[in-house]
Design a binder for this molecule. Structure first.
Ligand code: SF4
Ligand code: SF4
Length: 388
């Protein structure tokens, strides 16, 4: 009899957000900054920001994220928030280092103008830990002043972003305890990735995830509290056994490939120009498996869907997978028509597969690729039962 599994997690709605860059400048010097290469000390002129806001509305998006660089140092920041509200964005969020929000007037005016969510990027629970990463003394005190004032404003959503690196990973449980203690209930944990200054400073920042799992898992436990929302960003899903609800929405890979990097992937598929970042840094990169598939696709001209694992063959949802031909993606006859979107759209359902720690005990381990990421997100790693 075919098994009908119990669904473990409900997949979240991935509400569309329009990101608008306000500045190419910042008032901090974070050691892991991904944006430094794109910064030249300028602000995006107000009319260009308004045009960008309009592009989001034209696509029907009602949720906007004002970002930078550091968005709050834009001289027209408050005017931009108000304009976004006038343009009928219903959710106006800003991602900030929080320094400017220590000025209560500035915070109040932003909220009155329409700001509905502030995400504070704070990477430590002490001045020493935070300031040593952002390279600006006094930053922790300022950010915390802004954060505590913001938490007192009724209806304002306040969240904290933490970049996880060798510098703070061991303190993560204490950090969450500290921020929960002051009233924060939403967190995004961003894994350090090998770009910008983070790559230049890589030896001091990249860390052995396996070795630090006890700290990470202690922090992930907070996600089980009903009053706390916690997300991970670019965190390798294979380390999220028991916390499958924290596996990042796989569609995010589309943003990685079809956003600013789209030309690079297109040039690879069409002209064979290898991705500029390809090489040593790939092993630290969240996109590694996807990029390996880009290379495989370019070199062989095709990708084939991976098999559903033997331990799931008796699941009702996979009943016909054994008999049906496996989907294949072929390189177009004219490579100048190759499209990175097709590769990522094929990769997510058919080749983004994960295995559990139990797989090592399975007699199929060597020949099995694991299960689709969406299966793991819904039913958990525990649904993979080793075949003895
Ligand atoms: S995995 Fe891909 S995106 Fe990441 S560094 Fe390598 S080539 Fe670049
Ligand atoms: S337990 Fe793991 S290795 Fe064995 S069949 Fe399932 S997914 Fe494959």
């Amino acid at each position: 009899m075919k098994r009908t599994p119990e669904k473990k997690h409900t997949l979240p709605n991935h509400q569309k957000r329009h990101w608008v860059r306000l500045t190419r400048d910042c008032n901090l010097r974070c050691v892991f900054c991904l944006d430094k290469d794109a910064q030249d000390g300028t602000n995006i002129p107000f009319p260009a920001v308004v045009d960008d806001l309009q592009r989001g509305r034209d696509r029907g998006v009602v949720r906007v994220v004002l970002s930078g660089g550091e968005p709050t140092i834009h001289p027209d920041y408050l005017r931009i928030v108000s304009r976004a509200r006038e343009m009928e964005y219903t959710h106006i969020q800003t991602v900030t280092n929080g320094k400017m929000f220590c000025y209560k007037n500035f915070l109040d005016q932003a909220v009155t103008g329409g700001l509905t969510e502030i995400t504070f990027s704070i990477h430590g629970h002490t001045a020493q830990l935070h300031d040593s990463q952002v390279k600006m003394p006094g930053s922790f005190v300022q950010a915390m002043a802004g954060l505590t004032s913001a938490l007192k404003i009724p209806g304002l959503i306040v969240s904290v972003d933490i970049v996880l690196s060798r510098l703070n990973v061991k303190h993560l449980p204490e950090m969450l305890e500290f921020f929960v203690g002051v009233g924060v209930r939403e967190f995004d944990l961003l894994q350090v990735i090998p770009f910008g200054l983070a790559w230049q400073n890589n030896s001091g920042l990249f860390y052995d995830i396996e070795e630090n799992l006890p700290y990470l898992r202690k922090a992930f436990e907070y996600s089980k509290r009903p009053d706390i929302s916690l997300w991970t960003n670019r965190f390798p899903p294979k380390y999220l056994e028991g916390f499958e609800n924290l596996i990042q929405y796989p569609g995010k890979l589309r943003d990685e490939v079809l956003g600013e990097a789209k030309d690079m992937f297109e040039a690879y598929l069409r002209q064979g120009k290898l991705m500029l970042c390809h090489g040593d840094r790939c092993r630290f990169c969240y996109n590694d498996e996807l990029c390996q598939d880009f290379v495989r696709f370019k070199e062989t001209g095709r990708l084939e869907a991976k098999k559903i694992p033997p331990c799931l063959e008796d699941w009702e949802v996979y009943a016909d997978s054994e008999n049906e031909p496996r989907p294949v993606l072929e390189m177009p006859g004219d490579p100048s028509k190759a499209d990175p979107a097709k590769v990522v759209n094929f990769f997510i359902p058919y080749r983004y597969y994960l295995k559990s720690s139990q797989c090592a005990r399975c007699r199929c381990n060597d020949s099995c690729a694991g299960a689709p990421v969406d299966h793991i997100r819904q039913y958990g790693f525990n649904s993979l039962k080793p075949i003895e």
